[in-house]
Design a protein around this ligand. Sequence first.
Ligand SMILES: [Zn+2]
Length: 729
Amino acid sequence: MVARRFQVLHDHSNFDVNYDTDDGFEFFKIQLFSLTSIPPEEQKIYGGEDDRPVGSDEDLVAISEKLRLVSINQVSGGESSSVDVEQNAELLKADEEFARLLQAEEDALMLQQYVASQDTGQFEGRIWPYIDQVLMYEDSSRQEAARRTVPVDELREKGLVSLAKEGNFKPSKIEQDHAFLLQLLFWFKSSFRWVNSPSCHSCGNETVGQGMATPLPSETLYRASRVELYRCTFCSDSTRFPRYNDPMKLVETRKGRCGEWANCFTLYCRAFGYDSRLVLDFTDHVWTECFSESLGRWMHLDPCEGVYDNPLLYEKGWNKKLNYVIAIAKDGVYDVTKRYTRKWHEVLSRRDMITEPALSSVLANMRKHCRGVFTSQLLSMIEERDMKESQELERSLHSEDDVSLSLPGRRSGDEEWRKSRLEIGSDKNSTLSSSSCPVRLCVDEHVTRIYDAFQPVLNEFVREELTKADAVEVLRIMKGIFLALRNSPFKTRKASADSIVNSTKFQKLLPSFDELFAAVSLDRQVNTDGRVEICLAGHPVRTSLALPVVLDALDDMVCNLNKHERISEDSIALPLLKSNRIHSGSVIASAEELPFGIATSAFDGTQKSKWEEPNGARGCWIVYKTFHDKMYELEAYELMSANDAQERDPMDWILEGSNDEGMNWHVLDKQTSQTFEERFQRRTYIISSASLPCNMFRFRFLAVRDVQSTSRLQLGSIDLYGSLDIQIS
Ligand SMILES: [Zn+2]
């Protein structure tokens, strides 16, 4: 550990910054961000005798204490000539690199003229069958068959909850459509099955491939032109695996490889009215693109992976050597390769099937064929959209900015199959682009309200001198009511409270739960016939968001009650009662895995969601900044293990607080060799020493449980408890 103090000059002002090598360079940049409002990615730091750029921890150990910070977006005012020289040199270098790429592209094009076939037949032969296939998506009976299998209300609700988690409780139609499409993708991924070799149709055991069979009429009816044959390793029976091309049949069979997945998913997208394309990668993969009105552009969706808007997944994540990526839709065929690569010159050198001019004319002819019957109005609309897209593709091709998602190796198919395709991605590859996450807001006031609302319940338990068994019993009954609420349609949620009302033993406890109902935007109502019902009392999405929290909180409470001998005044404290939970702050983490390992998941009060740090096994951090910079004296915190992979549990960490925007950090707690024996296990840590009022808290996780077997760290939840420091001015 090396501790240093720097004087950083920015815009004629000097800032003092403390730096500790344990913090890492990234954190240094975040401190600068809090002082100067220049985001870390836009910072350029210079220092030393020769005013050279500072780019790593090592630089900071050795360099002189005076540093200079410039924003890369700042137009240099000429006051410092060395900046200009530096920037000019970099621009020159970038120009040279750009010229080199253009030359490589030109060379590849030149070569293509000699190696590419003059005959366009081979290329066209691959595309035409798909033009026929995508037209099936327009058939209303196929669309209807697809829609019938989708739990539409459930996906709508999930979409609305995902928007609410970002603080958007009144989304526009366009935002809702976008959110629904993503839920459709996740649902599809979980409802469709991947098949390497089918299990035996008579005994269910494993089978081995026996080559191809001639399709039966019942198979060709659904366009299975190829049928694979398998033999059972146990009973020797043969099992057929027809590769159906009719998506209507796939809606029923719900299995296959990427061809079937993409074919069927694209039908689903069309069935819900999204402008959709089937995307064919000539190096053997298929996926979907939909036009997102919300993004104003085409978006990549891979149903096999459940991944969206991450077009560099294949080139960077899977190490694919792409050549042609062609999108096929009812209104035409498009070369979208440029969306999926940042190495166009390399891709060009592999495009030897057809010359670029011939490709353009083949695609233009195909488009003409598809658009034969279009009105001139529709035609001009589509042509304008096409033009916008090709401009966007050109722009993205040489863009430096990286995708915001981390790019995991391929996940569909079993491991052996993936390895054989060399798409599993080495550890290095799988993490190369997991970028640090932006500052994110925690929408979790309801979590604190729910935790607080258990206070009157526990008080009533003590007052009524309930036995432990009775207390657990009443919480179980209450859980039943909340489960019934969760299972009812989200816009009209309602459940009977008769199970409590009819119990002479627990009846009088019911009013003590009113605060809990209110925290979930619910209300206890007595009907004219005297029956008691729990109904919606506010925005239905608020209830959708809060119900999983209250269900998990009830489980947690039962678990903690069982650890007590009896319930008394003394038991009304952590971990049983979680009062003073800090909420609505913002978080930033060293990294996160999107979409399911987003940093805010650690603060959403539900067990199932988690924060996943793809490179966090040997050290990572997460910083919590309080709402409106309110100062809290931290009293305790709780960490919960995630749903799986115990090797990723944190083992050693340091918790620090700051009251000066991260300039100085004070150690509040330090833990080593901690183990979580169970999944979803919550551990409570009380801050023993008198704590100092802070508005920023930082966990530095130093090691996970098994650093040998994982690169990742994950946590189910982080809860901070503290009392507000009210300063009298
Ligand atoms: Zn068998």
